[in-house]
Design a binder for this molecule. Sequence first.
Ligand code: GLN
Length: 206
Amino acid sequence: MRIGVIGLQGAVSEHIEITKTAMKKLGISGNVVWVGRAKDLENVDGIIIPGGESTTIGKLMKKVGIFDAVQKLGRDGLPILGTCAGMIVLAKHGDEQVERTRQPLLELMDIEITRNAFGGQRESFEADLEIPKMNAKNVRGVFIRAPAIKRVWGGAEVLAEFNGKIIAAKQENMIAVAFHPELTTETWLHEYFLKACRDRKNGGVS
Ligand code: GLN
């Protein structure tokens, strides 16, 4: 299996490491690659868009020429995991911050996001989360200038809420979470994602 982590800005190496650990735990052989140009996306079975600064990530994806390719792969059903800024990049609609910065969105998920929904850097926090829909009990959520999902429609399904805000959603093979699982030692989310990648790979390209 080959998983690509969009490696233009943000928590890239953390995602690569934790994905490798999750692969080992699941007994999946394969590699996790740093995606910096279109060629790196060849034959990937899943893509991770990390947390960081969504404005920068989106604009750099355009600049290095991978934006359209990732969008097409997502539309074709390739599993994509977006965490924090990655969640924003996956969204179909943003807020006034998104409009002001004219940051490009992949528009792959039927979700509307609010950037910095929990406040700024000083309002960053950690919390224990229960996400029954993902079989996750008492997992650590690290929220850093985290976004939230204002609403979902169409094919998107809410997976988790925290303090009255939607913090995780799913649409077909795409998963978006507002927090940073790669900054903990817990592999639950990456295992969940890798299982989706494995299922799709085994089921062939459809
Ligand atoms: N606030 C950032 C943004 O809007 C996301 C923060 C993060 O990824 N930790 O892009």
